[in-house]
Design a protein around this ligand. Structure first.
Ligand SMILES: [Zn+2]
Length: 491
């Protein structure tokens, strides 16, 4: 186990955890939001972040502080906690973001880590190379090698109790991301940002974000705290949490407010197009969109930033509660309906169902089948795997109907889409207590047929009969030919 991170509960790939930040003498509950603070701008003060929004941790850019003479001197003299007036944990970024945006910076990893330490940062960051998506492989490999040298250098800097991050790069090459994760995990460093995903998110490539994170996590291992660097929009937090991301930073709340953009969990709205606020935060409860439009620029920006933060923190709390209740994937399914590219993200997540299954609890409240993507959830996969271990008699009826009387079969199992067959004794256990729609869909039937096929192929000596409620021919054709078919709807 990593000393600084403890996982308390899991749901799919998501987890509730505790990040211990020794230098701040505090523990941060994860998933956690780190609002981004620009020390040169004061949209919402760090004190207000703590008092009004309950922020336990924030992130600020040590490169900007380092490069602004008066702020640098003040930071070195007073320390960041006093400079910002923030009682929680403070994480500092290096100049890597500026490196990606402007191509050149003038500090080394050693210098910036020593500076971060000298200013009292609780979590510091080396200067890695954020390789953008889709670059030639050779460039991704070269830049990754440089990042890895800098992580090795970071290990040798005396940073005392300050935690240090080990960013995971590798562009859009899953094998490089995985390798980068493995290398980072083998260092003595503490927190693991998945880097350079902002260009993917800006282009709505949520499926590629999922693949990048999944690859990084294969290398990192389960107990590593993962930070999704630059994931500022609350719409995608549930998806990211379900992948196993623990920390999110948000500059979006302030940046969007500056452009009169209003965040919701279903996407971004322009203040101009809103007649009503779909929110009950203090800003939206006390004002109409027209009221906010009439405010002077600076005040309007502050009010919108406050709303944007409220909605962002609320989503983090909703995610924590969903992990607690075991219905995180139901929340992801809802969020996936906000935008077709979010749906791509959710479908990409389900491509990694095998990885999610490792941490998904065996028992939860109830499985809700709320979209045809539900047929690909890890619980369905696990049920199919479990079929291999169940013993079956010589002749077995698998039926969507009632158990038959008489002794035509040695036993009769229930069939329930999307799970497929199971012994009646299991029908009270998760996930077979699922709430499923009466009007089922093709994906659920196909998944059920896969379960039947798996059971039949594992038990070649048993005679199987499948009694179904009018399954389409194309689905029935996927079931092995030896299975006798009975259509209950034509009886
Ligand atoms: Zn609001």
């Amino acid at each position: 186990m990593r000393e600084c991170f403890e996982i308390r509960e899991t749901d799919a790939g998501g987890r509730l955890g505790e990040l211990t930040v020794p230098r701040a003498d505090t523990t941060v509950e994860t998933p956690a939001l780190l609002p981004v603070i620009n020390p040169n701008l004061d949209t919402i003060s760090p004190r207000r972040l703590a008092d009004e929004f309950g922020a336990e941790i924030l992130i600020t850019n040590s490169y900007i502080i380092h490069g602004t003479d008066d702020v640098r001197e003040e930071a070195l003299e007073k320390g960041l906690h006093e400079l910002l007036e923030f009682p929680g944990a403070i994480m500092t970024d290096s100049g890597s973001f500026q490196l990606a945006e402007y191509g050149d910076i003038d500090v080394t990893t050693e210098e910036i880590l020593e500076f971060q330490h000298a200013t009292g940062s609780d979590i510091g960051t080396p200067v890695d190379i954020p390789t953008p998506p889709d670059v030639p492989r050779e460039r991704a490999e070269e830049e990754l090698a440089t990042t890895q040298e800098r992580l090795d250098a970071a290990e040798d800097v005396d940073t005392g109790e300050m935690l240090v991050t080990a960013p995971v790069q590798g562009s859009t090459y899953p094998d490089l991301r995985e390798e980068a994760g493995r290398h980072a995990n083998a260092t003595e460093l503490d927190v693991f940002p998945v880097g350079a995903v902002v260009p993917l998110m800006n282009d709505y490539r949520y499926d590629d974000v999922v693949d990048a994170v999944a690859a990084a996590k294969r290398g990192l291992g389960a107990d590593a705290p993962v930070h999704l660097f630059g994931a500022g929009h609350p719409m995608m937090f549930a998806l990211a949490a379900a992948m196993g991301c623990d920390l999110f930073d948000s500059a979006a709340y302030a940046l969007y407010a500056r452009d009169d953009r209003y965040l919701t969990v279903r996407g971004t709205r322009n203040l101009d197009e809103l007649e009503y606020f779909p929110c009950s935060c203090p800003v939206c409860a006390a004002n109409s969109p027209a009221d906010i439009r009439e405010l002077p620029d600076k005040e309007r920006e502050k009010e919108l930033a406050a709303h944007n933060l409220h909605v962002t923190f609320a989503e983090i709390r909703r995610i924590k509660q969903a992990i607690r209740a075991g219905n995180l994937l139901e929340l992801v399914e809802q969020r996936a309906r906000a935008h077709p590219t979010m749906l791509d993200g959710y479908r990409a997540l389900l491509d990694h169902a095998t990885a999610l299954e490792q941490t998904d609890p065996v028992s939860k409240g109830a499985f809700f089948y709320t979209s045809h993507e539900s047929a690909r959830r890890p619980e369905v996969l696990r049920h199919h795997q479990r079929l291999d271990r169940l013993s079956v008699p010589d002749s077995l009826l698998l039926t969507e109907g009632d158990s038959p009387r008489g002794d035509e079969f040695d036993d009769s199992w229930r069939v329930e889409p999307p799970f497929g067959p199971f012994p009646r004794a299991l029908s009270k256990s998760y996930p077979l207590t699922a709430e499923v729609p009466d009007r089922t869909d093709r994906a659920a039937l196909e998944a059920a047929a896969e379960g039947v096929t798996r059971l039949v192929e594992t038990n070649p000596d048993t005679e199987f009969t499948l009694a179904h409620r009018g399954w389409p021919t194309a689905v029935l054709e996927t079931v092995p030919a030896a299975v006798e078919l009975v259509d209950l709807t034509s009886e």
